[in-house]
Design a protein around this ligand. Structure first.
Ligand SMILES: *Cc1c(COP(=O)(O)O)cnc(C)c1O
Length: 423
């Protein structure tokens, strides 16, 4: 696609040629005045796969029918349910199966992983993260530092952009890592920053962290299901992600975690629970904890089947669509959104500043727009016309056309509504 056009015919022609277009019909779209909304918040809560209801019903029926015996007798036996999700989850982030486990929720997983991977020692006490990480991550880092007797004001360091810039340059991240050197215990970045939509260079950050003897971990909340990743090859030490954003698995659904192979079976300190115990003799109920030789060692509790039922449906869609095809479409679709925003800004003489990188390699699906002098009023006008986008204080509108279910026509319709709202 060499040039984009701001016409319905162009958008429909792109949809006609899109090999993933049929996935749209596999999702429920909220309605506005009898029309599906222009849903641009898959980065916040992905839409519901239509197959989710049957998957849930299956587990409810098996529970009704078998009671506790469902652990063995259910169509998907509950005892090993989480294992059925591992291969898909590992494909999604580019990991070996033993490196991945589906468990808990995101911030919980971050804490459990920090227990193992943030162990300040002597001079090496600092955590380096991106400017303005998601608040939950800041709370987790600060509380872990305090838990170890440190002062978050001193030991939690954010890489700041240069004066007048919104984004971080990889060279500046690496320079900061080198500067902190042997004071650095952990570098923990988002895969994609939730606010700016900037995708960080995970392999470069990992390599720089390792060079100074620090651990490299990643919060992939906005990267899982959005970017193509190779966590194993990139050598990241650990990662975690949620499943309700790009992974369409429902509000507060089960999350994921990655621990690199080189850390498995090494007796790393961890907070233990019975589901992390070697499954061969988990039910011997022995006194001594014997960890699984895989990432499952970090599991604490028995796994929530109802939320995994939805997650399995969603992961199966990712397997069918494939991250390569999703990412190829995503680059085109988000490029189209950038073109539409630029076109409408010119037509209406408005200053709509996209702070997300223009280079597709440095972003995922999301664009973050600073609407100078418009702000909340513009956002409310879009909402009133059937666009679901996302407002973040102080003045950013975030939009993510999601390749799994958004169409080029959605983006075109967004453009007409934006123009209406601005004139
Ligand atoms: C969405 C998000 C969270 C939310 O955490 P939960 O524990 O799932 O509530 C945390 N961190 C980042 C980076 C996020 O984008």
């Amino acid at each position: 696609m060499s040039t984009y056009q701001n016409t319905l015919a162009f958008a429909q022609a792109q949809d006609g040629a899109d090999p993933l277009h049929a996935f749209r019909d596999e999702f429920h779209f909220p309605q506005h005045d009898g029309w599906p909304v222009v849903y641009l918040t898959g980065n916040s809560l992905g839409l519901q796969p239509k197959a989710a209801a049957d998957a849930l019903k299956q587990e409810l029926d098996d529970w009704a029918r078998f009671g506790v015996e469902g652990h063995f007798q259910a169509k998907h036996p509950w005892l090993s349910y989480h294992e059925e999700l591992t291969a898909s989850a590992a494909r999604l982030v580019g990991a070996k199966e033993e490196e991945v486990v589906v468990m808990n929720q995101l911030t919980s997983n971050l804490h459990f992983l920090l227990v193992s991977f943030f162990r300040p020692n002597g001079k090496r006490r600092k955590i380096l993260t991106e400017q303005r990480p998601f608040p939950s991550d800041t709370y987790a880092f600060a509380s872990q530092i305090a838990f170890h007797g440190g002062d978050p004001e001193v030991d939690l360091v954010e890489v700041q952009p240069r004066a007048g810039e919104h984004l971080l340059r990889t060279e500046d991240i690496i320079a900061r890592i080198n500067e902190l050197g042997d004071e650095l215990a952990l570098v923990c970045f988002g895969g994609v920053n939730f606010y700016t939509g900037q995708a960080f260079d995970i392999p470069a950050i990992t390599k720089a962290a390792h060079t100074v003897g620090a651990i490299a971990g990643f919060d992939l909340a906005h990267a899982a299901g959005n970017l193509k990743m190779e966590l194993h090859a990139w050598n990241a030490d650990f990662a975690c992600w949620c499943s309700y954003k790009y992974l369409n698995s429902g509000p507060g659904s089960i999350a994921g975690a990655f621990v690199h192979e080189r850390h498995l079976g090494k007796g790393l300190p961890l907070f233990a629970g019975w589901w992390g115990h070697d499954k061969k003799d988990r039910f011997k109920m022995e006194r001594t904890f014997k960890p699984m030789p895989t990432a499952e060692a970090w599991q604490v509790s028995n796994a929530p089947v109802l939320s995994m039922a939805v997650h399995r449906v969603a992961l199966e869609q990712f397997d069918r669509a494939g991250m390569d095809r999703l990412r190829a479409k995503s680059e085109q679709l988000t490029g189209y959104l950038a073109f539409i925003i630029d076109t409408v800004a010119k037509q209406t003489n408005t200053n709509l500043e996209v702070v997300t990188p223009m280079d597709p390699a440095q972003r995922g699906a999301q664009l973050s727009v600073l609407a100078h002098g418009k702000g909340r009023g513009l956002f409310d006008a879009l909402t009133a016309r059937g666009v679901i986008a996302d407002w973040r204080e102080p003045n950013v509108i975030r939009m993510a056309p999601v390749p799994m279910y958004n169409s080029f026509e959605d983006v075109y319709r967004f453009g007409s509504i934006l123009k209406e709202a601005l004139t």
